[in-house]
Ligand binder design. Sequence first.
Ligand SMILES: [Fe+2]
Length: 289
Amino acid sequence: MPTVNGFDRFRYPIRPELPAFLRGEDSGGPTMRKLCSWLDSLVTELESWPGLCVLQGFPEGIWTDHRAVLRFSELLGTPIPQDRHGTVVREVRDRGSTIGQGESTRYADSRFGGHFHTDGAEAGFPVPDMFALFCVRQAMRGGSLHLAHLRDVVRELAGQEAVVDVLGRPFHFHRRGDGTGDAEHTVAKPILFDHRGRPAVTYLRRYVELGHRQRGAPELTAGQHAALDAFDAAVDRTRKIEGRMRPDEVLIVNNLRTLHARTEFVDHPDPARSRLLLRTWISRDERRR
Ligand SMILES: [Fe+2]
């Protein structure tokens, strides 16, 4: 049975020098090095369970300036584009759409709850190592996040070697309009893979189902269907961490070792007060060198 823990166990206060750094008032090398090493110590925790942390104590309204979002993300690694237009800071809000609508609609554009997934499921390798969510405004109701750790999901798949084997072979993921040229509507990649010697995951079932319906892509086999069902059932049985971000907080998530989902939310009738999160995708490769 899933248990609900909330984010409180994983909330950390920010360093006092961070706000001035984010505003560009103190971007000196010593401050930056100090902040990087502080964040690196948190990221070490992100590498293991639970694969997330929430930072609190940012000044009110700081994320309305996207430069602050970028400066923060650069402390973690290299912010990477989230679509073919090169969007680096993406607004996550209800755009009145549902997944599967049109060619390019994404999960982040709707207010509906949905399947567990990883970010960048529509992208080829390398998928983002991490993502950061910056809470500008919360919804009137709902909009909690649920996270499941891959370690726990894999445990739930114990004894199902055939399923794990299928999930380790390529599936065709729909590219949501990010492909270029002919026959680039999908990208083939495994759901479970090895990343620097550790198990990793990339997944969004709807994108896989849409991908296999594209011309040039094979239909899903019975074995693949069964493996997807078994994977979903394992995620379902896995204990979850459920939490809700507060305005001005930042959630950092290990996108290779966790899956996440969101509950449906109800927005404030005034669009100026509707739920708004900003999201960056971060590559850690530079930091590892
Ligand atoms: Fe997501």
